[in-house]
Design a protein around this ligand. Structure first.
Ligand SMILES: O=C(O)CCC(=O)C(=O)O
Ligand SMILES: [Fe+2]
Length: 583
């Protein structure tokens, strides 16, 4: 039996640009007790079964000069003796049976029963179903992705990185058979360059993708329905994944699952494809990691106050919204962003493993984004203090999300729970420091309760988003402005949607920026801004004015670009208002 240890290569000295961490395979800096991190040991299914304190003397290097560590001898955290201990979370997923039911883990109220009558056992997987088409198109568009590397500065350095290969890891195994096979966290991969671009395929995909992931979609509509496996197999698989006994499970069909009013224990809602759509996993993050992260969260809070920054959400890694290309988030290189990067790096592996065991579909899809340094294209760090207005305290959908996002919680606070709307009823997910939540935020509308007042009280959440647009756009490892310039050089024929609309707008349709609402002038008020520079206290809401003529021709314009789904929902309001004004 071999145990594989995921070693999260942490060499960051405070203040050092996080990008530099990816260069360590060419010259590995010495590890000191100060910068040593715990080592996490996972079972076959990616569940964390043990945390080991790393000893500097244990560090060895393999042929690639990657850091390795000898196998720990204690099994302090092992909870389930039946849990296999042989495969690292980096090996391919073991087949997880297709789930026909949602499994709800934890103590359920007695009223929850196993309901079988709604099961559709006869449904067969469709080979040409929408999700497989989507995956195919995603592969295409990922292949079409290219990145441009900044010519100088720390960002430029990553192009020289040699990554640890699977073979070399195995080789090092052969040469040191008594050592466990240890894989180093892959922080980057070679660039996917010189791949042929197929613009028409991509634009077709963009439309289809937008339709398929509209906010009104229920998870059911994007799921291949394969329900042939037996309940007991589902239960056993999920129990093994989570290191729990099957006695802890109740199940009922996902179609009729309504969330209880309070969720404060292990809880999962699993769809027919075996993918978790919502979960609370209390105390998921090991205490020692929590402590490390708490310090960094406090640092972000202090910097935010010291620098008098108003916004309470900080984004790192990639951003793609409102632009035809992807670029490095503005926060990436800011003082706060650097700390957020450090936090993200401490959690990236946890995110990877959670998705691996709980949502294979999103796991596989994110795995396609091999060039990303974290296991999510975009990461958001939210601060909540008692009197701090934040975008997360307002009900919202995470509109750009492809599937589920993974959230982790830290800080010192009371209240600050996550409210989730499900079929009109509200459910409160109790989120405490160290907890993990999986949330399909484009389906479940959600908001966060304000925290109770108190000195130094703060709630921190870090969200690993699976934004769909990252699969569609070329990415430039540059600032937004530089990335736009580079993109325009690469795509001289590019005409923005805005310009295309302007060119095609006819004279009988006009758009006016006016405060007046007349018969022909319909006003839309966006309730709040989601992204951009973040929600600011006292921030003026954006307004949308639309004018249309009697022939019912219509045109809309926003003064801030919106996701397609949002525009669609405004359009519904627009029509409603028009019919009202006609009455
Ligand atoms: O902090 C939370 O619990 C939720 C965060 C959230 O909804 C978001 O960042 O979009
Ligand atoms: Fe959200």
């Amino acid at each position: 039996m071999s145990i594989n240890t995921t070693f999260n290569q942490k060499t960051t000295q405070s203040g050092e640009p996080p990008m530099m961490m990816r260069m360590t395979n060419s010259s590995t800096p010495p590890l000191t007790p100060k910068n040593c991190l715990p080592i996490f040991v996972y079972n076959d299914y990616g569940k964390l079964i043990r945390e080991e304190q790393q000893q500097p003397t244990d560090i060895i290097t393999n042929n690639n000069n990657s850091m390795m560590r000898s196998m720990p001898t204690t099994n302090r955290w092992e909870t389930n003796p039946q849990t296999p201990l042989s495969v690292s979370p980096f090996q391919p997923l073991l087949p997880i049976p297709n789930f026909s039911h949602a499994f709800i883990v934890g103590n359920l109220p007695p009223s929850v029963s196993v309901r079988r009558k709604n099961r559709k056992m006869s449904e067969k997987p469709k080979n040409n179903s929408a999700p497989s088409k989507i995956m195919h198109q995603l592969e295409l568009s990922v292949l079409n992705n290219q990145r441009r590397i900044a010519p100088k500065g720390p960002l430029a350095d990553i192009s020289n990185i040699q990554l640890p290969q699977q073979e070399s890891t195995n080789k090092s195994n052969n040469t040191t058979p008594k050592k466990p096979r240890i894989r180093q966290l892959m922080l980057t991969t070679p660039l996917r360059e010189s791949l042929q671009s197929n613009q028409s395929a991509r634009s077709k995909y963009i439309d289809e993708e937008a339709n398929n992931y509209s906010i009104n979609d229920s998870p059911e509509t994007t799921i291949i329905k394969t329900s042939n496996t037996k309940d007991s197999e589902h239960k056993a698989a999920m129990a093994t994944n989570l290191g729990l006994s099957t006695d802890d499970f109740e199940c009922k069909p996902f179609e009729t699952t309504t969330l209880p009013s309070v969720i404060d224990k292990n809880y999962l809602v699993v769809d027919k494809e075996g993918c978790t759509q919502l979960a609370l996993l209390p105390n998921h993050i090991p205490t020692s990691v929590c402590k490390l992260i708490e310090v960094k969260c406090r640092k972000v809070s202090n910097l935010r106050h010291a620098l008098k920054i108003q916004k309470a959400s900080f984004y790192v890694n990639w951003w793609t919204k409102s632009q035809p290309m992807g670029y490095m988030c503005k926060d990436n290189e800011s003082e706060i962003g650097k700390v957020v990067n450090e936090i993200a790096e401490l959690l990236s592996d946890h995110c990877r493993n959670l998705l691996r065991m709980c949502n294979e579909r999103v796991y596989k899809k994110i795995s396609e984004l091999k060039e990303d340094k974290f296991f999510a294209p975009c990461i958001c760090f939210n601060i909540l203090e008692h009197d701090l207005e934040s975008r997360i305290t307002k009900f919202h959908h995470d509109k750009m999300d492809y599937g589920v996002s993974v959230l982790f919680y830290f800080g010192d606070y009371s209240r600050g729970n996550l409210n989730v709307l499900d079929a009109g009823s509200s459910s409160t997910i109790v989120t405490r420091p160290g907890d993990a939540v999986i949330l399909r935020g484009n389906y479940y509308k959600h908001s966060v309760q304000n925290i109770e007042p108190g000195n130094n009280k703060a709630r921190y959440s870090i969200v690993f988003f699976a934004h769909s647009t990252h699969f569609l756009k070329k990415k430039y490892e540059l600032s937004p402005a530089a990335a736009k310039k580079a993109f325009l050089v690469d795509n001289p024929d590019f005409v923005s949607i805005k310009k295309r609309k302007q060119a095609s707008s006819s004279s009988d349709v006009s758009v006016k920026k006016s405060k007046k609402s007349t018969e022909d002038n319909v006003e839309f008020i966006q309730t709040h801004t989601y992204l951009g520079n973040g929600y600011k206290s006292g921030h003026k809401n954006y307004q949308y004015y639309v004018k249309f003529n009697n022939s019912d021709q219509k045109e809309w314009k926003s003064y801030e670009s919106l996701p397609k789904q949002a525009v669609a929902s405004y359009w519904v309001k627009f029509k409603k208002l028009k019919s009202l004004s006609n009455q």
